[in-house]
Design a binder for this molecule. Structure first.
Ligand code: NAI
Ligand code: MG
Length: 349
């Protein structure tokens, strides 16, 4: 990882993906200027555009090619004319499962200058560590007698001891580097099988981290705390579905979808990890230069962290903080104007 070339696969995807990803890459290059690390990028044509033209979502050949890179930067995929599920299952989940992205990291930090829909949010700085390869998202189900009154549909949540333990260990390691608090979010009063597996593993791994305070919240209660008392959270560890829902709420309280970053991480390094804004392709504003590239830029900071360039990641975050602090005074800016400001701020940080 300390090699002098950073070899990135770039999937701009669709819609505003074409606008925000180039800005993210500019900031990445600015952050590594003078480090001796050369950024090399290879673009991949994947998403709704390709699907409309060819009917392909993600071929085995694509997977093999992507697997050769150090990391993947993804904008967003989708448009209103692709049926629901085609790209989610055939592309996004295929990448996350195929590359064993068992950690989905989603930080929320409310920085000065950014307004939150919460009247009195207090200090908001937490990290959701969402399991990425199990739970109800594995496609373990089926349907029969579809469309009849007797239709049956199942969607079985899959949880393995190995799968839970590895993400829980990752979450404790993050808590050790932060404020040393970890909250398990589940629903073990009702989902007793999966819930108690998670609870027992958190207790067992927690015994190895006596300095990390551990607590628990049912997922429904967690939505209340996230709105009424978000400061209570440092690291949250949770399953795939709860994490998906909770992090949309987190993005909303943390200043909105234009700021929400994420990382799909394969901590073993067997496969490239993938960094993407939480938002989608935003067809309502695509092509107009209106998209905020900040979520992509913050995803790039996660990429730098993951590949061991913590100092550069810190400068990217400082640049974003500085930009957000003055944003209210600047009025509307285009995607590239925000990119310009961030590049300049990274260079001077
Ligand atoms: P969306 O996130 O694309 O847009 C929701 C709203 O937020 C829209 O009003 C949009 O204009 C706004 N928005 C999103 N990103 C923004 C940014 N960077 N700056 C300013 N405003 C921004 O979600 P939506 O509309 O539900 O989905 C649109 C398409 O994106 C669909 O095809 C969907 O399947 C896909 N999608 C893809 C994702 C991915 O690639 N990971 C994630 C979510 C949706
Ligand atoms: Mg989601």
């Amino acid at each position: 990882m300390s090699s002098t070339v950073l070899d990135l696969a770039v999937i701009e995807g669709d819609g505003i993906g074409h606008e925000v990803v180039p800005q993210g890459l500019r900031v990445l290059e600015a952050a590594l200027e003078g480090s001796g690390i050369e950024v090399r990028t290879t673009g991949y044509d994947l998403g709704a555009g390709r699907w409309h033209r060819t009917g392909e979502t993600l071929t085995d050949q694509d997977m093999e090619a992507l697997a050769q890179h150090d990391a993947i930067v993804l904008g967003a995929v989708g448009d209103p004319d692709v049926p629901s599920g085609v790209l989610e299952r055939g592309l996004l989940l295929k990448l996350r499962f195929g590359f064993d992205h068992f950690v989905n990291l989603r930080p929320t930090r409310l920085v000065p200058g950014v307004s939150s829909p919460l009247a009195d949010p207090g200090e908001v700085d937490f990290l959701v560590v969402r399991e990425g390869t199990e739970g109800p998202y594995v496609g373990n189900g089926g349907a029969m007698r579809v469309g009849t009154d007797l239709e049956v549909a199942t969607e079985v949540s899959l949880n393995t001891a190995v799968g839970v333990e590895r993400v829980v260990r990752y979450a404790f390691a993050q808590a050790e580097r932060r404020r040393k608090k970890l909250t398990l979010v589940h629903k073990h009063n009702v989902l007793v099988h999966a819930g108690h597996l998670w609870r027992r593993i958190v207790e067992r791994v927690g015994a190895e981290h006596p300095d990390v305070a551990v607590d628990y919240a049912h997922v429904d209660a967690a939505t209340i705390y996230m709105v009424t008392d978000p400061s209570r959270f440092d690291v949250i560890v949770t399953d795939n579905l709860f994490g998906d829902i909770l992090t949309d709420l987190a993005a909303a309280i943390g200043g909105g979808i234009g700021l929400a970053a994420s990382a799909n991480i394969n901590p073993t390094g067997d496969f490239p990890s993938m960094f993407e804004p939480v938002h989608g392709s935003a067809p309502d504003i695509a092509g107009q230069g209106l998209a905020d590239p900040t979520a992509t830029v913050l995803s790039v900071a996660l990429l730098l962290d993951h590949l061991g360039h913590a100092e550069a990641a810190g400068r990217v975050r400082a640049a974003v903080d500085a930009d957000l602090a003055v944003r209210a005074d600047l009025g509307a800016r285009s995607t590239s104007e925000v990119g310009n400001a961030l590049v300049a701020a990274v260079r001077s940080a």
